[in-house]
Design a protein around this ligand. Structure first.
Ligand code: ATP
Ligand code: MG
Length: 437
């Protein structure tokens, strides 16, 4: 992409109502624009990051055996009357009436719709387990939309739903999602801690929130320090028993405020006790027959008897992650994107557009990075060098390759790694090798 033809409206200063650093930086980097409270337009740079996050989430879901569907944003109120949630959900639900006076709603989540789809087709335990997911916009009329996309009203969520014949099988489905979540966040360069969360009315131990530690987090969390950098298992045999891997992470203390148990936390060695703020970027839980019973989603078991399926649901805050990653990775100059989610893999900064020799080297560098799959941005604008450096630092592109008249005369370019600030002056060929390594 050539900056001169692109649309990247960076701002020198953030609007004063942006309270947290990720919101400020997303506005300054020209990633999003607020259209109404908690409702955003995604500008090109923001959309690129959103798509990369979405892509990682999709790949890891597919790898773990989940199957993608796409459910509508608008849902029939009648389905929610069946499950009993239409009245319960309260003011967070955006209710809509169509021209035939039918009650619709903008889906805040999709348990009812997926259960309706499932029950129409699946009749036998032999067709289980199944896990269906979608990545779709949700609407929740949050009382206090804030922190930009981190608590929006319209937001993008990945929601997966598992269907199993009994609780033991549901636990296996749960474990697959647990491991898939660890892998998903690790690929985005995040340290995420799974924490025991409120299981709701069903009870049990199958409810975890996935938390990034950050000072601006909305919840207070408590955990054993060793969990913070434990890393992810990576690809596993998804049909094997994943319980030991899950236990490795769940045997150490980790809980959100609602589930916090001071007495249990006190048993963690003092130098390992961590109490911090956290951002919830995912939530998985098992809810048994909560929807299948009232909505009559049953399958015939081996004995021929129909029984309600055991369900679980698994959410990832896809749009929240764009902000959460920035909270976890930035400095005074701006965003520091992990390579996997960066809007561009590298920026070629031409310090003197119009100078034939400089243009030629910049163009060669740009074409070589395209060929290497680095998806580069070429800054061919006629801004001052200082303004160019500031803008590319601000938007957080992981590599900068700077082409100026002095270097061109010497046969070199300068490269900079955004995360460390480390600079190297090298001949172009070598510089490209470092960036594409
Ligand atoms: P929270 O406690 O933050 O309101 P939740 O418990 O309501 O979250 P879930 O219903 O489990 O969240 O939704 C799955 C994921 O969707 C959450 O883990 C979070 O990352 C994301 N999410 C929830 N609400 C919002 C929102 N208003 N804006 C952006 N992302 C959200
Ligand atoms: Mg909520």
């Amino acid at each position: 992409m050539r900056l001169s033809r692109y649309f990247m409206p960076t701002l020198r200063e953030a609007p004063s109502d942006a309270q947290v650093v990720s919101h400020q930086l997303m506005l300054r980097a020209g990633m999003i624009r607020q259209e109404a409270a908690g409702i955003y337009a995604w500008l090109p740079l923001g959309l690129r990051v959103l798509k990369k996050i979405e892509h990682i989430v999709r790949e890891e879901m597919d790898r773990a055996g989940a199957i993608e569907v796409l459910m509508p944003t608008l849902q029939l109120a009648d389905l929610w009357r069946e499950s009993g949630r239409y009245e319960d959900y309260g003011d967070e639900m955006l209710r809509i009436t169509d021209r035939h006076k039918r009650d619709l709603l903008y889906g805040p989540t999709a348990e009812e719709v997926i259960t309706d789809i499932f029950r129409a087709y699946v009749k036998s335990y032999k067709d289980l387990p199944k896990n269906l997911y979608n990545i779709q916009w949700k609407f929740r009329d949050e009382r206090r939309p804030r922190f930009g996309v981190m608590r929006g009203r319209e937001f993008l969520m990945k929601d997966a739903y598992s269907f199993d014949v009994d609780e033991a099988a549901a636990r296996r489905s749960y474990n697959r999602m647990f491991i898939a979540y660890l892998n998903t966040y690790a690929r985005m360069g995040l340290n995420v801690v799974p924490m025991k969360a409120d299981p709701g009315p069903i009870g049990g131990d199958l409810s975890h929130e996935f938390i990034i530690l950050a000072d601006t987090g909305e919840s207070q969390v408590f955990c054993h320090k060793d969990l913070v950098e434990m890393g992810a298992p990576g690809d596993v045999d998804w049909d094997s028993d994943l319980q030991p891997l899950v236990e490795q992470r769940t045997n150490l203390y980790a809980a959100t405020e609602e589930m916090h148990d001071e007495a249990a936390f006190a048993l963690v060695p003092e130098d390992k006790r961590l109490s911090a703020r956290g951002i919830e970027v995912g939530h998985i839980f098992y809810f048994g027959e909560k929807y299948s019973k009232p909505m009559k989603a049953t399958v015939a078991g081996p004995d021929g008897q129909d029984r309600p399926i055991h369900g679980g649901s698994y959410g990832v805050g896809v749009s929240r992650l764009t902000g959460a990653i920035i909270e976890a990775s930035h400095d005074e100059a701006g965003i520091i994107w992990p390579d996997a989610v960066a809007p561009f893999g590298a920026a070629v900064i031409n310090l003197r557009p119009g100078d034939a020799a400089v243009d030629e080297v910049a163009e060669n560098a740009y074409q070589a990075l395209i060929a290497a799959g680095k998806d580069p941005l070429l800054d061919d604008s006629d801004q001052r060098p200082g303004a160019k450096f500031a803008a590319i630092d601000l938007v957080g592109i992981p590599w900068q390759l700077v082409v100026g008249p002095k270097g061109v005369a010497d046969g070199t370019v300068e490269i900079k790694r955004r995360a460390t600030g480390e600079k190297q002056t090298l001949p172009l060929e070598q510089a490209l090798k470092v960036i594409t390594a």
